[in-house]
Structure formats: C-alpha cells, structure tokens
Design a protein around this ligand. Structure first.
Ligand code: CA
Length: 374
C-alpha cells in the first residue's frame, strides 16, 4: 500500500474509487485478480457427469433430492458442472450403482450406505443401526464427531469419495395384519426388513424377506410376506399399504434416522478444480438439510391423512418386545465387530458418540418430549 495511505484506502473503498484488484496487487505483490496459476479455476472447463441412483426415477424426496443436488451444483458452478441424474435401472440396476461409480462408468452415485453391506459390512454404520442414533445425532457424529473421517477412509478402499446427502428421520415400524403383543407373534413372521434389522428379526424367530419396493404391495396382498416396513407416512401412503394391512406399527426401531449418501469416483473427484469440489460439498450439505425438512413436512401431512381419512390403526411395539430386539441387536453387532476389524473401529467411534449424545438427550429432549406428551 505504498502510494495510498491507509485512511485514504478505506475512504476510497467506501466511495468506490479504490478498486479491489488494485488493492490486491499492491498488498502482496501478487496479482490475484489476473492470476492464472490455478488454470482449473479459470479455465471454464465444463464437466458432464452421470449420477446413477438406487431410487426409482423421480422417486419422492430421495430421487427428487438428487435432481435438486444436480440443479444446485449447476447453478453454483455457472454451468461448469452438469450432472445428469439417472433413476435406478435407467443406466444400471439400482444395486449396481456402487460398482458403476467404482469402475468409472458413472462419476457419481446416490444411495444408502447399508445397501453395500455385502461388499463391506462397515458401510451400514453410515446409514442406520437398529436402536441407533437419530438423524440429529447421526449428522453430528458424521459431520463433527469423527464419522466422516472413517467413512472417507472406508470408501477410499473402493476408490470412492462419500458425502452425506440427507436423512429420513425416524421411520415407522411397518404394516401388519395381526397385532404384535409378544415375542411369540414375531416367530415365523415373514417380514420385509432389509439390513441389520432383518438379522435382528431373524434372531427373534422371524423370517426377513428381501423384496424390492415395487414388489411390496402385491407381496403383502398375496401373502408372500406377512408384514412390511417401508419408510414413513408419506411414502407408505403412496404405496397404498393402508389398503391391504390393518395395523401401522411404531417405532421404526430398525431405522432410527437413516442417512442417505452421495458417492463419487475418487480419481475423477480428485481431479476437479477446488471450487467445484467445494460447490459439490456445499450442495450436498444443503440437500442434507432440505431432505430432513421435506421428510418432516410431508410425513406430518400424510400421517394426518392416514389417521383421519383412511382410519389407519396405529400400534406401538410392546416394551418387552423392543427390549428383546435390543438384546438381539447387541448380539448381532458383537458378531460383526468380532469378525471385521474395521467394523470394530467404526462401531467404537459410533458407540462412544452415541452414549454421550444419549446422556445429553436424556437431560433435554427426552424430558422435553415427556413434558408435552399428550
Ligand atoms: Ca425402511
């Protein structure tokens, strides 16, 4: 700032007579405004990426979220990053999204990490654990409590970069045609329940059945399954389960706040200019907030429809049934963590965070919810 006094500099800025490029040049001797040493930022290079998803095309909230993400990234990058979103089956089958992005056939993917448990059981801790953390706590663990570092380490083994991309909130417990009054009622029950929840149901004597979303209505109607879980009032209403099942159970002990994810081909992501990487991280974080708000909004609207228009009967799992399912959950997690060292490492972090978060919630949210119990 050799030719202009400090006082005049600030006055000049206020009056608009001192332009910022001049200031930058005179401050550090480096012409940032005309600096071409980061060509990636200024080259205007355009990227055309494909995102494969595990969701049916235009699937409410989850598929819509991918479209929003792509829209925001395009807007923020001035059109330099253009991501085309494909519904499950449009480019590759839904559950091949992970491998498609790994191989570079697509650059980006969207799903829930527990879909990849068959490839690596540690993935599921980044989506949902029965009786696990809720959305707020899982967000905190992943974003601020060390979860993201572990998730990044895990996905790097598969040539991927993960990002958090939303959360369903606590799900519902599912649709039944008979009441669940004791553990005996779970014995032999054929229920659609994926992931760790399915393993827990199996320990309790039930038969978890894996059926894709599109087959659930007819499966339940024809008795291929006795019961099914799905998501919550909004999606469940659209599936029409209230037309063929008598009782709607709460809570979704098996999915207490399922995180959704984006994953990117690491080699391609690493080659992006820093500003586009930052734009994608910002868009994912924005979507993370949007999705929970959308679930909260729509579920409240559709719960009212189910209760008042469809006269659905809501039931709660009895305490002793939930207590036993919790014991089985601990057994399943013990088995997995004994067998897989990385699962042990991830779960140690998850569990430590959960215990602290639970102590905090017990003093605040739990007391608060009890105070407004109707
Ligand atoms: Ca579910």
């Amino acid at each position: 700032m050799s030719k202009i006094s400090r006082k005049n500099f600030f006055r000049g800025l206020a009056l608009g007579t001192v332009s910022l490029p001049l200031v930058i040049r005179s401050c550090g001797g480096q012409n940032i405004a005309q600096d071409n040493s980061s060509p990636a930022i200024h080259s205007g290079k355009k990227y055309r990426w494909k995102m494969v998803t595990t969701w049916p095309p235009n699937f409410p909230v989850l598929g819509e979220g991918c479209t929003l993400f792509a829209k925001w990234v395009k807007e923020m990058s001035g059109g330099r990053m253009d991501i085309r979103v494909y519904g499950g089956g449009e480019l590759v089958p839904p559950l091949e999204a992970f491998d498609a992005v790994r191989s570079g056939a697509a650059e980006a993917g969207s799903g829930a990490a527990y879909y990849w448990a068959g490839k690596d059981p540690a993935t599921q801790f980044f989506a949902s654990v029965p009786f696990g953390m809720n959305a707020q706590q899982l967000n905190a663990w992943i974003l601020r409590g060390g979860g993201m570092e572990l998730w990044t380490e895990l996905y790097a083994k598969y040539g991927l970069v993960p990002m958090l991309g939303g959360n369903t909130g606590v799900q519902m417990g599912g649709w039944f045609n008979k009441e669940i009054n004791s553990l005996e009622d779970l014995k032999g029950l054929k229920m659609r329940m994926p992931g760790l929840g399915g393993k827990v149901l199996e320990k309790a004597g039930g038969t978890p059945v894996l059926l894709p979303g599109g087959d659930l209505y007819t499966g339940l109607e024809r008795g291929v399954i006795d019961a099914t879980e799905w998501i919550g009032p909004y999606h469940d209403y659209k599936m029409g389960f209230h037309q063929i099942a008598k009782y709607y159970y709460t809570p979704g002990w098996h999915e207490t706040g399922t995180a959704l994810e984006f994953f990117f081909n690491k080699e391609k992501f690493d080659m992006l200019p820093p500003d586009i990487k930052a734009i994608m991280e910002s868009a994912a974080l924005r979507l993370n907030g949007w999705m929970l708000a959308e679930f909260e909004t729509q579920n409240a609207i559709y719960l009212k429809k189910l209760l008042e228009e469809e006269k659905v009967e809501v039931r709660s799992y009895p305490d002793e049934v939930l207590a036993q399912l919790r014991i089985h959950t601990d057994e399943i997690i013990e088995e997995i963590t004994q067998e897989h060292p990385f699962c042990k490492k991830v779960y140690a972090s998850y569990d430590q965070f959960r215990k602290a978060a639970t102590d905090w919630a017990a003093l605040t949210e739990k007391v608060y919810y009890n105070s407004i119990q109707i």
